[in-house]
Structure formats: structure tokens, C-alpha cells
Design a protein around this ligand. Sequence first.
Ligand SMILES: Nc1ncnc2c1ncn2[C@@H]1O[C@H](COP(=O)(O)OP(=O)(O)OP(=O)(O)O)[C@@H](O)[C@H]1O
Ligand SMILES: [Mg+2]
Length: 288
Amino acid sequence: MIGRSDDVREIATALANGTNLIIAAPRRTGKTSVCDAALGRLRRNRFYTARLDLFRIADAAELAETLALAVIANRSPIHRLVRRAREVGRVALNATQAAAVLKLKSQLGDAVELAITPGWAAQDPERALDLALELPDRVARADGRRMIVFFDEFQEVAGERRPYGNPDAVTKRMRAIFQRSSEVSYLFAGSLEHMMRDLFAPSHRAFSGFGGFHTLRAITVADWSRGLLERFAADDCVKRRSTATRWRWSRRSSRSGACTRTPSRLRARWPIGSRFRSGCRRRFATGC
Ligand SMILES: Nc1ncnc2c1ncn2[C@@H]1O[C@H](COP(=O)(O)OP(=O)(O)OP(=O)(O)O)[C@@H](O)[C@H]1O
Ligand SMILES: [Mg+2]
């Protein structure tokens, strides 16, 4: 990532030290990328992690199931067993696998059913969600590893559609469970700033004082220039002066010396018409 190393380091350090963080910033400013990078850094340092994108989760039952699966995925052998159980059904497991499921249930409780039996959560979504919210701390304690749970687009909890139930009731239950989960750090990101602030800042909200707001730094022009040059170079493009005042990017191998194509890495990251892409084209076209 370009120019985000300080943010990534600070976020990872705070979470590792048990601080909960909230990142509220406009769309396409790099929230998810920074949080994912921080989680990656923590995973490399042997932390357990789980990430959920609430934009993709339709209701409380799905939230419970997705969270349980993400938490259990930290244990690779168990994760394989869970995948197998979901694919073939409990009854088709062999004796060793069935015994492993029983052992897992005795250790982690009914929350295991959430992961193993598709649709189990839908029978009682409220209870399923409580079980899933408690699971990160259970797994963290059982394995002696700190767990980091990242909720992306967290403002969905208070969305108009109320996907997970009454927002006040859901956030109160979450807060009560998170408060007890001493082996877990939480990271919340959201692109609707006013909703995120309203969930975490006012004193009457359940999440009031639960974490600190982290503000992403502005990326400097120098960082952008260095980062873009590296990416163009990695795409085998070189910067050539085509007139006294204009620069063009061209493929090293291009005979005409003119390359009108935007390198694929940039195309993938910044769609045509995005503010950054137009700014980038302008800057490189004028050579400033
Ligand atoms: N610092 C950066 N360096 C390089 N690419 C970046 C950087 N920040 C963001 N991007 C790219 O910009 C795009 C948007 O980033 P990202 O999805 O992290 O932003 P976001 O704030 O989470 O967006 P949204 O509000 O849509 O969820 C992604 O393709 C990402 O790879
Ligand atoms: Mg995002």
C-alpha cells in the first residue's frame, strides 16, 4: 500500500495491546485495505483474527454463522473438519471426525453447531448471535492466543433495514459480551461517518467509550509519487518525455514509444472515472 505504513503499524500495535479502535472515513479512502493490512501483520505475529463485512451479511442468523466460521477458521485442522461436516453432513463423518466434533463441542459449546450445521442459526437467530459473539473469547482462551475481530461497514447495524434487529438492543447485547471478552480486541470500520460517530460517541449509546477513533493520515504527494512510480515500473512501464512539457508512460518493449494503456495494477485498484485515477492521469500527463 502507498503511504499507509504508519497507520497500519499504529492500528496493529493498539489492537495487540488490547485497545479497541474505530475508523470512520468516507468511501474509497482505504479503510478496508489498512485494516486488512493491520490484521495481516497481527496474523504474522501469531494473533488470531476474524473479519466480517456487514455489507455482505443479510441478517442476524447469517451474522452468527459467518462470525463462528471466521473464528473457527483460525484453527486449521478444525477448520478442515468443519468444512467437511458442512459439505457432507454430520452423519457422514467417520468415527474419528465425529469424535473430534464432540470434543470441540465440549470445549466451545453450542457455538460449534453454528459453524458445522448450515441453517442451525436460523432456528433461533438471537441466541445464535449471542453464542457467536461469545465464541472469539472462548477460542482465544482455549488456545492462549489473543483474537482480533474486525467488523467492516459496522454502521449497517443501525441501517434503515435493521438487518440484525433493533439497533439499540443489538448494540447493547454486543457491548455486554464484548466487555466480558478480555482476550479479544475489536476493530470497527465504516464509511458513513455520521452513523459511526453516532454509534460510538454519544454517552447514551451502548458503545460509548468502547474504543478510540483512529484517523487515517493524509497520504503525502511524495508518497503517492514514489508509490506510483514503483507500480508503473513493476508493470514494466517507463516515463518518457514526448514533448517539452508532456510526459507519457510507455511499455519498455513498445516500439512506437507511446503507451496509452494504464497499467493493469492501477486499472484494478482505481476504476476509470475515480477521483484518484483522473488526478493521477493529470499529474503524470503534465509531469508535475
Ligand atoms: N494507500 C493505498 N495504496 C494503494 N492502493 C490503495 C490505497 N488505499 C486504497 N487503495 C486501493 O483503493 C481501493 C479502495 O480501497 P479500500 O477498499 O480499502 O477503501 P475503503 O475506504 O474501504 O472503500 P469503501 O468505502 O468502498 O469500503 C482499493 O482497490 C485499494 O486497493
Ligand atoms: Mg471498505
